[in-house]
Design a protein. Structure first.
Length: 295
C-alpha cells in the first residue's frame, strides 16, 4: 500500500531554500553591485559604482518572496536564460530518442538562418533560439542509451511526517545520473550546494529502481559570446561530478528537510498550494504572488 505523504517536495524548492540560508553571501555577489555601465545609463542615481543594489536584509526578503511564490506555483514572466536552457535540453532529448518535441510550448526544427548557416531552431515562450548543430549532437552523443527525463519519487519518514521527494532526472545512464545545465558564466563548483545530486539518487534507490548510484554529474554548457547571426555555441562543456554516498546523502537530506519544514510551517499562512502539504489543488488553481508587507 502506497504511503500517503504529508508533504511533497521537489529539489528546486530545496535549492531556493538553500539560497535563503545563504542570503548574505548571495548579497555580496557581483550581480548585486552597481556597475559603471548601469551608472552611465542613469540607473541607481543615489548609489556609487560598487555599492550593493540590495542590502542583505532586502536580499533575504526577495529570496523568501520568490520561494513562497514558487511553492504557490505563481505564474512568472518569460525568462530568456531559463528558456534557452529548457529548449536546449529538449533538443538533446529529441536527438537521443529520435523524436519530435514532446513539449507543446517548444517548437523545434532544422532551418537555415539569415547568414546561410544550418541550425536547429527552437521557438519557446516568444523567444527564438538558433543552436549550433554540432553542439547539439555532441551533447546528445554523451547519452547514448540513457533514460531521459525519468521520474523518480520516494517517501522519507521524518519527525514532521512522511515527506515525498520527487523529480525528473535529465539523463540516467547505467549507475550514473546527470543534469544538463546551461549558463552564461561558470566557475567550477557552482552547483555544489544544489540538491538534485542528493534527491534523485536517494529516490531511485529507496524506490527499488536500482541498488547503486555511483555518481551524479552536472554537465555544464557555458555559452560562448554570440555575435549577431551566429548560432548558440559552447565556450566550454564541463562535467561537475560528485560521488554518491547513500548514507551520507540521506543524513544531509534529512537534516536539511527538517530545517525546510520548520520554516515552511512558520509560513503556512502564506501558502495556498495544497500539493506541498500532501493534498491536491482545485482545477485551474493559479497562485497569487505575495507582497513584502505579508512577510
Amino acid at each position: 500500500m502506497e504511503t500517503q505523504p504529508d508533504y511533497r517536495i521537489y529539489p528546486s524548492l530545496l535549492d531556493k531554500f538553500q539560497d535563503l540560508l545563504d542570503y548574505e553571501s548571495i548579497a555580496e555577489e557581483d550581480w548585486n553591485k552597481v556597475s559603471e555601465a548601469a551608472k552611465e545609463r542613469g540607473e541607481y542615481p543615489d548609489s556609487e559604482v560598487g555599492d550593493y543594489k540590495l542590502t542583505p536584509d532586502e536580499m533575504y526578503d526577495k529570496i523568501e518572496m520568490e520561494l513562497i511564490d514558487s511553492i504557490n506555483r505563481c505564474p512568472h514572466g518569460a525568462n530568456e536564460a531559463a528558456d534557452k536552457g529548457t529548449a536546449f535540453n529538449e533538443i538533446v532529448d529529441c536527438l537521443i530518442e529520435h523524436r519530435k518535441s514532446a513539449n507543446p510550448k517548444c517548437r523545434i526544427y532544422s532551418t537555415v538562418n539569415g547568414n546561410g548557416t544550418n541550425v536547429i531552431r527552437a521557438e519557446i515562450n516568444g523567444f527564438v533560439f538558433d543552436y549550433d548543430i554540432s553542439l547539439c549532437k555532441e551533447v546528445a552523443g554523451l547519452y547514448k542509451g540513457s533514460l531521459p527525463q525519468y521520474l523518480v519519487k520516494a517517501v522519507m519518514q521524518t519527525e514532521y511526517g512522511n515527506v515525498e521527494l520527487y523529480g525528473y532526472i535529465d539523463e540516467w545512464v547505467a549507475n550514473h545520473m546527470e543534469d544538463i545545465k546551461t549558463t552564461g558564466k561558470y566557475m567550477f563548483g557552482k552547483f555544489r550546494r544544489k540538491w538534485q545530486r542528493h534527491v534523485y539518487p536517494w529516490c531511485a534507490i529507496e524506490a527499488g529502481l536500482t541498488t547503486e548510484v555511483e555518481s551524479f554529474t552536472y554537465r555544464v554548457i557555458e555559452w560562448a559570446y554570440q555575435r549577431q547571426g551566429e548560432p548558440l555555441r559552447a565556450k566550454s562543456i564541463t562535467p561537475e561530478t560528485y560521488t554518491y554516498d547513500h548514507i551520507d546523502s540521506e543524513r544531509q537530506l534529512r537534516s536539511f528537510i527538517h530545517c525546510f519544514l520548520s520554516w515552511l510551517d512558520s509560513r503556512r499562512h502564506l501558502i495556498t498550494d495544497r500539493r506541498i502539504f500532501g493534498g491536491e489543488n482545485p482545477e485551474g488553481y493559479v497562485g497569487t504572488p505575495i507582497t513584502i508587507e505579508q512577510l
